[in-house]
Design a protein. Sequence first.
Length: 287
Amino acid sequence: MRTRLGTIDRAKLAITTVAATVGMLIGVQISNAHVTVVPNQSPANAYELYTVRVPTEKPIPTVKVKLAFPEGVDVSRFAPAPGWKRDVEKDATGRITSVTWSGGSIASDELGVFMFQGKNGKGGSLTFKAYQTYSDGSVVEWANAPADANPAPVVNLTDVPMAAAELTDAAAIGQVVAAISFLDGAGFHGLDTAIAGGEFPAGSIGKVNQAKAITAAVKWPADLREDAHALAGNLKALSAAIAAGNASAATDPAKAVHDGAHDLSKKVYAWLGEMGGDHDVDAPHSH
């Protein structure tokens, strides 16, 4: 009989992938940033919440991202991406074959995050082809083999069956890890400091709205739900104040978001430790 810890061991593959890709969970600095889809390992015949991570590798912003879905996954829905327009393509059967996000902007020091839900096929691997368009019209195709330049994102499907309870645990871990990775790197400390000084940094509204959407989209475990919902409420208030251009009204929610994200991060890592049987987890939080 498989144990809860066995589920966590498999789910740690997703956690390790997120850490290696973003360098937020364990402070790793990434030397070669690519468009990725995480987790990079997922159970066959199961639903998965995938996260697309898009770094901008040029001194100009990314303005459009297209992702083609392979035959082995059926995509059913997407998380909102504030500031971006979403267009999907379907085949004759109605299956979604690709999605294009456009109208937004990912600066050279930013990481774009897009999320979708899909049902995995029977096994093997999924190769997603991504097309990243920059503001000068140039397109980088992430469509090559793993060992080549510009590799396509690949997800390996595991054939090991998982019980319903195990799938629930793994899905919860995947969602929470993806969300806290984004929130940890959102720069709320700098935003709080700037707003306290009466300034709104460029891109503030988009970053806050994206954090709000991601926080609201996750099905948070009971131990984290109260903090996450409070953070979502403060993000909503901060978004409204920024949209109104009212730095004075934004001061309190900016501090609440900064403190709330920090507190939620600490509780997430404690929760992950409990899920994995390690009660002494003290992971870093990045400002």
